[in-house]
Design a protein around this ligand. Structure first.
Ligand code: NZQ
Ligand code: ZN
Length: 380
Protein backbone atom coordinates (compact mmCIF):
# COMPACT_ATOMS: atom_id res chain seq x y z
CA UNK A 1 0.00 0.00 0.00
CA UNK A 2 1.33 3.46 -0.89
CA UNK A 3 1.44 6.43 1.49
CA UNK A 4 -1.78 8.40 1.63
CA UNK A 5 -3.52 11.29 3.33
CA UNK A 6 -7.10 10.47 4.29
CA UNK A 7 -9.35 13.39 5.07
CA UNK A 8 -13.06 13.67 4.43
CA UNK A 9 -14.39 16.84 6.03
CA UNK A 10 -18.04 16.35 4.97
CA UNK A 11 -20.59 15.83 7.72
CA UNK A 12 -23.26 13.39 6.49
CA UNK A 13 -26.82 13.91 7.77
CA UNK A 14 -28.43 10.61 6.79
CA UNK A 15 -32.03 9.45 7.09
CA UNK A 16 -35.69 10.38 7.29
CA UNK A 17 -36.35 14.02 8.04
CA UNK A 18 -32.68 14.99 8.12
CA UNK A 19 -33.14 17.97 5.77
CA UNK A 20 -34.43 19.89 8.80
CA UNK A 21 -30.95 19.51 10.34
CA UNK A 22 -29.41 21.88 7.80
CA UNK A 23 -31.03 24.86 9.59
CA UNK A 24 -28.37 24.96 12.29
CA UNK A 25 -25.52 24.40 9.83
CA UNK A 26 -26.18 27.04 7.19
CA UNK A 27 -24.75 30.35 8.43
CA UNK A 28 -27.20 33.20 8.92
CA UNK A 29 -24.65 36.00 8.58
CA UNK A 30 -25.15 36.70 4.85
CA UNK A 31 -27.01 35.72 1.69
CA UNK A 32 -27.14 32.02 0.76
CA UNK A 33 -27.27 30.94 -2.90
CA UNK A 34 -29.90 28.17 -3.15
CA UNK A 35 -28.92 26.28 -6.32
CA UNK A 36 -31.16 23.69 -8.00
CA UNK A 37 -31.81 22.05 -11.35
CA UNK A 38 -34.75 21.83 -13.72
CA UNK A 39 -37.48 21.73 -11.10
CA UNK A 40 -37.72 18.16 -9.78
CA UNK A 41 -37.36 19.52 -6.25
CA UNK A 42 -40.56 21.53 -6.69
CA UNK A 43 -42.55 18.37 -7.46
CA UNK A 44 -41.26 16.04 -4.75
CA UNK A 45 -41.47 18.32 -1.72
CA UNK A 46 -37.72 18.88 -1.32
CA UNK A 47 -37.94 22.57 -2.23
CA UNK A 48 -40.59 23.09 0.46
CA UNK A 49 -38.54 21.20 3.04
CA UNK A 50 -35.48 23.37 2.35
CA UNK A 51 -37.53 26.57 2.46
CA UNK A 52 -39.11 25.47 5.76
CA UNK A 53 -35.75 24.59 7.30
CA UNK A 54 -34.19 27.90 6.21
CA UNK A 55 -37.06 30.28 6.87
CA UNK A 56 -34.77 32.49 8.95
CA UNK A 57 -32.11 32.69 6.20
CA UNK A 58 -31.69 35.11 3.35
CA UNK A 59 -32.00 32.76 0.35
CA UNK A 60 -31.26 33.80 -3.23
CA UNK A 61 -32.52 31.18 -5.66
CA UNK A 62 -30.61 30.07 -8.73
CA UNK A 63 -32.47 27.32 -10.65
CA UNK A 64 -31.84 25.82 -14.07
CA UNK A 65 -28.57 23.90 -13.63
CA UNK A 66 -28.69 21.31 -16.42
CA UNK A 67 -27.87 17.57 -16.21
CA UNK A 68 -24.15 17.69 -17.10
CA UNK A 69 -23.95 21.23 -15.75
CA UNK A 70 -23.06 23.85 -18.31
CA UNK A 71 -20.17 26.24 -17.84
CA UNK A 72 -22.09 29.27 -19.13
CA UNK A 73 -24.99 28.67 -16.74
CA UNK A 74 -22.58 28.37 -13.82
CA UNK A 75 -20.93 31.66 -14.77
CA UNK A 76 -24.33 33.38 -14.58
CA UNK A 77 -24.58 32.12 -11.01
CA UNK A 78 -21.09 33.43 -10.26
CA UNK A 79 -22.30 36.91 -11.30
CA UNK A 80 -25.20 36.63 -8.88
CA UNK A 81 -22.83 35.52 -6.09
CA UNK A 82 -20.53 38.49 -6.66
CA UNK A 83 -23.30 41.09 -6.95
CA UNK A 84 -25.19 39.88 -3.87
CA UNK A 85 -22.06 39.11 -1.81
CA UNK A 86 -23.23 35.56 -1.20
CA UNK A 87 -21.55 33.89 1.79
CA UNK A 88 -22.64 30.26 1.41
CA UNK A 89 -23.76 27.99 -1.45
CA UNK A 90 -26.49 25.40 -0.88
CA UNK A 91 -26.84 22.80 -3.65
CA UNK A 92 -30.13 20.89 -3.77
CA UNK A 93 -30.44 18.09 -6.35
CA UNK A 94 -28.39 15.41 -8.11
CA UNK A 95 -24.71 15.26 -8.99
CA UNK A 96 -25.07 17.93 -11.67
CA UNK A 97 -26.44 20.53 -9.25
CA UNK A 98 -23.78 19.62 -6.69
CA UNK A 99 -20.97 19.79 -9.24
CA UNK A 100 -22.24 23.04 -10.72
CA UNK A 101 -22.39 24.50 -7.21
CA UNK A 102 -18.83 23.39 -6.44
CA UNK A 103 -17.65 25.15 -9.57
CA UNK A 104 -19.66 28.28 -8.69
CA UNK A 105 -18.16 28.26 -5.17
CA UNK A 106 -14.61 27.99 -6.57
CA UNK A 107 -15.07 30.38 -9.52
CA UNK A 108 -16.50 33.06 -7.22
CA UNK A 109 -13.18 33.18 -5.36
CA UNK A 110 -10.95 32.68 -8.41
CA UNK A 111 -8.75 35.69 -9.12
CA UNK A 112 -6.26 34.16 -11.55
CA UNK A 113 -8.10 35.09 -14.75
CA UNK A 114 -10.43 32.97 -16.86
CA UNK A 115 -12.47 30.55 -14.72
CA UNK A 116 -12.17 27.87 -17.45
CA UNK A 117 -8.57 27.56 -16.25
CA UNK A 118 -9.95 25.86 -13.13
CA UNK A 119 -11.02 23.01 -15.39
CA UNK A 120 -8.05 23.13 -17.73
CA UNK A 121 -5.72 22.65 -14.76
CA UNK A 122 -8.08 20.15 -13.07
CA UNK A 123 -8.31 22.36 -10.01
CA UNK A 124 -4.64 22.68 -9.12
CA UNK A 125 -4.98 26.48 -9.14
CA UNK A 126 -8.01 26.62 -6.81
CA UNK A 127 -6.82 28.45 -3.69
CA UNK A 128 -10.21 29.10 -2.06
CA UNK A 129 -13.94 28.54 -2.45
CA UNK A 130 -17.11 29.68 -0.75
CA UNK A 131 -18.34 27.15 1.81
CA UNK A 132 -20.90 24.77 0.37
CA UNK A 133 -23.57 22.43 1.74
CA UNK A 134 -25.76 19.96 -0.15
CA UNK A 135 -29.13 18.23 -0.06
CA UNK A 136 -28.76 15.19 -2.31
CA UNK A 137 -31.74 13.78 -4.24
CA UNK A 138 -30.02 11.27 -6.54
CA UNK A 139 -27.64 8.53 -5.33
CA UNK A 140 -24.94 8.11 -7.99
CA UNK A 141 -21.92 10.37 -8.17
CA UNK A 142 -20.63 10.57 -4.61
CA UNK A 143 -20.30 14.33 -5.15
CA UNK A 144 -21.98 14.83 -1.75
CA UNK A 145 -18.82 13.69 0.05
CA UNK A 146 -15.94 14.34 -2.28
CA UNK A 147 -13.93 17.20 -3.75
CA UNK A 148 -14.66 16.46 -7.44
CA UNK A 149 -16.84 18.25 -9.97
CA UNK A 150 -17.38 17.74 -13.69
CA UNK A 151 -18.44 20.65 -15.90
CA UNK A 152 -19.59 20.57 -19.52
CA UNK A 153 -19.07 23.30 -22.08
CA UNK A 154 -21.59 22.69 -24.81
CA UNK A 155 -20.23 25.48 -27.00
CA UNK A 156 -17.02 23.50 -27.54
CA UNK A 157 -18.25 19.93 -26.82
CA UNK A 158 -15.94 19.66 -23.82
CA UNK A 159 -16.46 17.99 -20.47
CA UNK A 160 -13.71 18.37 -17.87
CA UNK A 161 -13.32 17.48 -14.20
CA UNK A 162 -11.59 19.34 -11.42
CA UNK A 163 -10.83 18.42 -7.86
CA UNK A 164 -9.99 20.52 -4.83
CA UNK A 165 -10.10 20.09 -1.09
CA UNK A 166 -11.76 23.52 -1.00
CA UNK A 167 -14.99 22.18 -2.54
CA UNK A 168 -15.70 19.28 -0.21
CA UNK A 169 -19.20 20.04 1.10
CA UNK A 170 -19.31 21.16 4.72
CA UNK A 171 -22.39 18.97 5.16
CA UNK A 172 -24.65 16.83 2.99
CA UNK A 173 -28.21 15.88 3.91
CA UNK A 174 -29.23 12.49 2.49
CA UNK A 175 -32.86 11.54 3.04
CA UNK A 176 -33.52 8.41 0.96
CA UNK A 177 -37.22 9.36 0.77
CA UNK A 178 -36.27 12.25 -1.55
CA UNK A 179 -35.21 9.65 -4.13
CA UNK A 180 -38.65 7.98 -4.35
CA UNK A 181 -39.61 10.35 -7.17
CA UNK A 182 -36.67 9.37 -9.38
CA UNK A 183 -37.47 7.91 -12.80
CA UNK A 184 -36.24 4.27 -13.08
CA UNK A 185 -33.66 5.38 -15.64
CA UNK A 186 -31.94 7.67 -13.12
CA UNK A 187 -31.93 4.93 -10.47
CA UNK A 188 -30.37 2.53 -12.98
CA UNK A 189 -27.80 5.21 -13.90
CA UNK A 190 -26.95 5.70 -10.24
CA UNK A 191 -26.36 2.00 -9.61
CA UNK A 192 -24.03 1.75 -12.61
CA UNK A 193 -22.15 4.97 -11.83
CA UNK A 194 -21.49 3.91 -8.23
CA UNK A 195 -20.49 0.42 -9.40
CA UNK A 196 -17.92 1.82 -11.83
CA UNK A 197 -16.57 4.26 -9.23
CA UNK A 198 -15.64 1.22 -7.17
CA UNK A 199 -14.14 -0.75 -10.05
CA UNK A 200 -11.99 2.21 -11.18
CA UNK A 201 -10.32 2.07 -7.77
CA UNK A 202 -10.22 -1.73 -7.52
CA UNK A 203 -9.71 -3.49 -10.88
CA UNK A 204 -6.07 -2.51 -11.30
CA UNK A 205 -3.07 -4.48 -10.05
CA UNK A 206 -2.40 -6.06 -6.66
CA UNK A 207 -1.27 -3.44 -4.13
CA UNK A 208 -1.07 -5.32 -0.82
CA UNK A 209 -4.18 -3.48 0.36
CA UNK A 210 -6.53 -6.27 1.45
CA UNK A 211 -8.82 -3.95 3.42
CA UNK A 212 -9.43 -1.64 0.44
CA UNK A 213 -10.13 -4.75 -1.67
CA UNK A 214 -12.67 -6.07 0.83
CA UNK A 215 -14.29 -2.65 1.19
CA UNK A 216 -14.64 -2.38 -2.59
CA UNK A 217 -16.04 -5.89 -2.87
CA UNK A 218 -18.56 -5.10 -0.12
CA UNK A 219 -19.85 -2.03 -1.92
CA UNK A 220 -20.09 -3.98 -5.20
CA UNK A 221 -21.94 -6.85 -3.51
CA UNK A 222 -24.34 -4.43 -1.86
CA UNK A 223 -25.07 -2.72 -5.18
CA UNK A 224 -25.66 -6.10 -6.84
CA UNK A 225 -28.05 -7.02 -4.03
CA UNK A 226 -30.02 -3.80 -3.53
CA UNK A 227 -29.89 -2.40 -7.07
CA UNK A 228 -32.48 -4.78 -8.52
CA UNK A 229 -34.51 -4.64 -5.28
CA UNK A 230 -34.83 -0.88 -5.38
CA UNK A 231 -35.74 -0.86 -9.08
CA UNK A 232 -38.46 -3.44 -8.43
CA UNK A 233 -39.79 -1.68 -5.31
CA UNK A 234 -38.95 2.04 -5.65
CA UNK A 235 -40.51 2.98 -2.31
CA UNK A 236 -38.78 0.32 -0.25
CA UNK A 237 -37.02 2.71 2.14
CA UNK A 238 -34.34 0.28 3.35
CA UNK A 239 -33.25 -0.72 -0.16
CA UNK A 240 -33.12 2.92 -1.26
CA UNK A 241 -31.17 3.83 1.88
CA UNK A 242 -28.58 1.14 1.16
CA UNK A 243 -28.24 2.31 -2.43
CA UNK A 244 -27.76 5.88 -1.29
CA UNK A 245 -25.10 5.06 1.29
CA UNK A 246 -23.30 2.71 -1.13
CA UNK A 247 -23.12 5.44 -3.76
CA UNK A 248 -21.69 7.88 -1.22
CA UNK A 249 -19.01 5.45 -0.02
CA UNK A 250 -18.13 4.43 -3.58
CA UNK A 251 -16.44 7.77 -4.23
CA UNK A 252 -15.75 9.36 -0.87
CA UNK A 253 -11.94 9.25 -0.58
CA UNK A 254 -12.03 5.94 1.33
CA UNK A 255 -11.77 3.05 -1.14
CA UNK A 256 -8.89 4.56 -3.09
CA UNK A 257 -6.52 5.14 -0.15
CA UNK A 258 -3.01 4.04 -1.09
CA UNK A 259 -4.04 1.92 -4.09
CA UNK A 260 -3.50 2.34 -7.85
CA UNK A 261 -6.48 3.73 -9.72
CA UNK A 262 -7.57 3.52 -13.34
CA UNK A 263 -10.07 6.18 -14.44
CA UNK A 264 -9.89 5.24 -18.13
CA UNK A 265 -13.56 4.31 -18.36
CA UNK A 266 -14.60 7.66 -16.92
CA UNK A 267 -12.21 9.65 -19.09
CA UNK A 268 -13.46 8.00 -22.30
CA UNK A 269 -17.04 8.22 -21.03
CA UNK A 270 -16.82 11.98 -20.49
CA UNK A 271 -15.88 12.40 -24.15
CA UNK A 272 -18.89 10.32 -25.24
CA UNK A 273 -21.14 12.60 -23.22
CA UNK A 274 -19.42 15.70 -24.63
CA UNK A 275 -19.86 14.56 -28.24
CA UNK A 276 -23.14 12.62 -28.15
CA UNK A 277 -24.99 13.81 -25.03
CA UNK A 278 -25.33 10.34 -23.46
CA UNK A 279 -26.01 10.19 -19.73
CA UNK A 280 -22.81 9.75 -17.71
CA UNK A 281 -23.60 6.18 -16.56
CA UNK A 282 -24.67 5.14 -20.06
CA UNK A 283 -21.17 5.93 -21.30
CA UNK A 284 -19.55 3.93 -18.49
CA UNK A 285 -21.61 0.83 -19.26
CA UNK A 286 -20.43 1.00 -22.88
CA UNK A 287 -16.74 1.47 -22.12
CA UNK A 288 -16.02 -0.58 -18.98
CA UNK A 289 -15.78 -4.10 -20.40
CA UNK A 290 -13.86 -2.73 -23.39
CA UNK A 291 -11.16 -1.40 -21.05
CA UNK A 292 -11.04 -4.65 -19.07
CA UNK A 293 -10.80 -6.82 -22.16
CA UNK A 294 -8.13 -4.61 -23.71
CA UNK A 295 -6.11 -4.62 -20.47
CA UNK A 296 -6.79 -8.28 -19.66
CA UNK A 297 -3.15 -9.28 -19.37
CA UNK A 298 -2.43 -6.66 -16.70
CA UNK A 299 -5.75 -6.81 -14.89
CA UNK A 300 -6.23 -10.59 -14.97
CA UNK A 301 -5.25 -11.23 -11.37
CA UNK A 302 -7.59 -8.58 -9.98
CA UNK A 303 -10.42 -9.57 -12.33
CA UNK A 304 -10.10 -13.18 -11.15
CA UNK A 305 -10.24 -12.07 -7.51
CA UNK A 306 -13.31 -9.96 -8.31
CA UNK A 307 -14.87 -12.87 -10.20
CA UNK A 308 -14.27 -15.31 -7.33
CA UNK A 309 -15.33 -13.06 -4.46
CA UNK A 310 -18.16 -11.08 -6.04
CA UNK A 311 -19.66 -13.39 -8.69
CA UNK A 312 -18.40 -16.86 -7.67
CA UNK A 313 -16.82 -17.49 -11.09
CA UNK A 314 -13.26 -18.62 -11.80
CA UNK A 315 -12.03 -16.67 -14.79
CA UNK A 316 -11.47 -13.04 -15.68
CA UNK A 317 -13.51 -13.52 -18.84
CA UNK A 318 -16.51 -14.80 -16.84
CA UNK A 319 -16.18 -11.86 -14.43
CA UNK A 320 -16.41 -9.45 -17.38
CA UNK A 321 -19.41 -11.31 -18.79
CA UNK A 322 -21.16 -11.30 -15.38
CA UNK A 323 -20.66 -7.55 -15.11
CA UNK A 324 -22.16 -6.93 -18.52
CA UNK A 325 -25.08 -9.26 -17.70
CA UNK A 326 -25.65 -7.27 -14.51
CA UNK A 327 -25.86 -4.01 -16.47
CA UNK A 328 -28.29 -5.63 -18.93
CA UNK A 329 -30.42 -6.88 -16.02
CA UNK A 330 -30.83 -3.21 -15.02
CA UNK A 331 -31.94 -2.38 -18.60
CA UNK A 332 -28.66 -0.62 -19.25
CA UNK A 333 -27.36 -0.95 -22.83
CA UNK A 334 -23.63 -1.61 -23.30
CA UNK A 335 -22.89 -0.91 -26.96
CA UNK A 336 -22.42 2.23 -29.06
CA UNK A 337 -24.90 0.88 -31.60
CA UNK A 338 -27.61 0.81 -28.93
CA UNK A 339 -27.56 4.63 -29.21
CA UNK A 340 -27.18 4.74 -33.01
CA UNK A 341 -23.54 5.88 -32.67
CA UNK A 342 -21.18 4.72 -35.43
CA UNK A 343 -18.03 3.33 -33.83
CA UNK A 344 -15.79 4.89 -36.51
CA UNK A 345 -17.19 8.33 -35.77
CA UNK A 346 -16.68 7.95 -32.01
CA UNK A 347 -13.19 6.50 -32.45
CA UNK A 348 -12.12 9.41 -34.68
CA UNK A 349 -13.44 12.13 -32.39
CA UNK A 350 -12.34 10.68 -29.06
CA UNK A 351 -8.92 9.58 -30.28
CA UNK A 352 -8.24 13.11 -31.57
CA UNK A 353 -9.22 14.60 -28.22
CA UNK A 354 -6.76 12.48 -26.26
CA UNK A 355 -4.02 12.97 -28.87
CA UNK A 356 -4.50 16.77 -28.74
CA UNK A 357 -4.11 16.71 -24.96
CA UNK A 358 -1.18 14.32 -25.06
CA UNK A 359 -3.07 12.24 -22.51
CA UNK A 360 -2.25 8.70 -21.43
CA UNK A 361 -4.49 6.77 -19.07
CA UNK A 362 -4.64 3.76 -16.77
CA UNK A 363 -2.96 2.63 -13.57
CA UNK A 364 0.32 2.30 -15.49
CA UNK A 365 -0.32 5.55 -17.35
CA UNK A 366 0.31 3.86 -20.68
CA UNK A 367 -3.11 3.66 -22.36
CA UNK A 368 -2.41 5.78 -25.43
CA UNK A 369 -4.88 7.49 -27.79
CA UNK A 370 -4.41 4.50 -30.14
CA UNK A 371 -5.35 2.13 -27.34
CA UNK A 372 -8.42 4.28 -26.60
CA UNK A 373 -9.35 3.90 -30.28
CA UNK A 374 -9.04 0.10 -30.03
CA UNK A 375 -11.16 0.05 -26.86
CA UNK A 376 -13.93 2.09 -28.47
CA UNK A 377 -13.79 0.04 -31.66
CA UNK A 378 -14.46 -3.07 -29.60
CA UNK A 379 -17.68 -1.47 -28.28
CA UNK A 380 -19.36 -0.94 -31.67
O1 NZQ B 1 -32.65 18.94 -12.80
P1 NZQ B 1 -33.73 18.31 -12.00
O2 NZQ B 1 -35.07 18.84 -12.33
O3 NZQ B 1 -33.45 18.30 -10.53
O4 NZQ B 1 -33.84 16.77 -12.48
C1 NZQ B 1 -32.76 15.84 -12.40
C2 NZQ B 1 -32.11 15.54 -13.76
O5 NZQ B 1 -33.02 15.73 -14.80
C3 NZQ B 1 -33.35 14.50 -12.03
N1 NZQ B 1 -33.51 14.30 -10.60
C4 NZQ B 1 -32.59 14.44 -9.61
N2 NZQ B 1 -33.11 14.07 -8.43
C5 NZQ B 1 -34.41 13.74 -8.66
C6 NZQ B 1 -34.66 13.87 -10.04
N3 NZQ B 1 -35.87 13.61 -10.58
C7 NZQ B 1 -36.83 13.18 -9.75
N4 NZQ B 1 -36.65 12.98 -8.42
C8 NZQ B 1 -35.45 13.25 -7.84
N5 NZQ B 1 -35.25 12.99 -6.53
O6 NZQ B 1 -32.41 13.56 -12.52
C9 NZQ B 1 -31.81 14.08 -13.70
C10 NZQ B 1 -30.31 13.76 -13.70
O7 NZQ B 1 -29.69 14.48 -12.64
P2 NZQ B 1 -28.10 14.63 -12.58
O8 NZQ B 1 -27.78 15.44 -11.40
O9 NZQ B 1 -27.59 15.08 -13.90
O10 NZQ B 1 -27.60 13.12 -12.40
P3 NZQ B 1 -26.37 12.52 -11.63
O11 NZQ B 1 -26.53 12.63 -10.17
O12 NZQ B 1 -26.18 11.19 -12.21
O13 NZQ B 1 -25.15 13.50 -12.02
C11 NZQ B 1 -24.48 13.38 -13.25
C12 NZQ B 1 -23.34 14.37 -13.34
O14 NZQ B 1 -22.35 14.13 -12.31
C13 NZQ B 1 -21.06 13.97 -12.91
C14 NZQ B 1 -21.40 13.42 -14.26
O15 NZQ B 1 -20.33 13.52 -15.16
C15 NZQ B 1 -22.59 14.26 -14.65
O16 NZQ B 1 -22.17 15.52 -15.13
N6 NZQ B 1 -20.19 13.15 -12.04
C16 NZQ B 1 -19.74 13.72 -10.91
C17 NZQ B 1 -18.84 13.09 -10.08
C18 NZQ B 1 -18.35 13.72 -8.84
N7 NZQ B 1 -18.66 14.97 -8.57
O17 NZQ B 1 -17.64 13.09 -8.06
C19 NZQ B 1 -18.28 11.77 -10.39
C20 NZQ B 1 -19.04 11.05 -11.46
O18 NZQ B 1 -18.17 10.13 -12.04
C21 NZQ B 1 -19.63 11.90 -12.51
O19 NZQ B 1 -18.68 12.20 -13.52
ZN1 ZN C 1 -19.02 8.41 -12.49
Amino acid sequence: MDNFVFRNPTEILFGKGMIAEIASRVPTGGPVLFVYGGGSIKHNGVYDQVRAALKAHNLIEFGGIEPNPDYETCLKAVDVVKKARVQFVLAVGGGSVLDGSKFIAAAACFTEGNPWDILRTHGSNVAAALPLGTVLTLPATGSEANGFAVISRRATSEKLAFSSNHVFPVFSALDPQTTFSLPAKQVRNGIVDAFVHVTEQYITCQAAAPLQDRLSESVLQTLIEVGPQTLAAPKDYQARASLMWSATLALSALLGCGVPQDWTTHMIGHELTAFYGLDHAETLAIVLSGVWTHQLRRKREKLMQYGRRVWSVDTAESAIAKTEDFFHSLSMPTRLRDYGIAADDAVGKVRARFAERGATLGEHNDITPDAVAEILHSRA
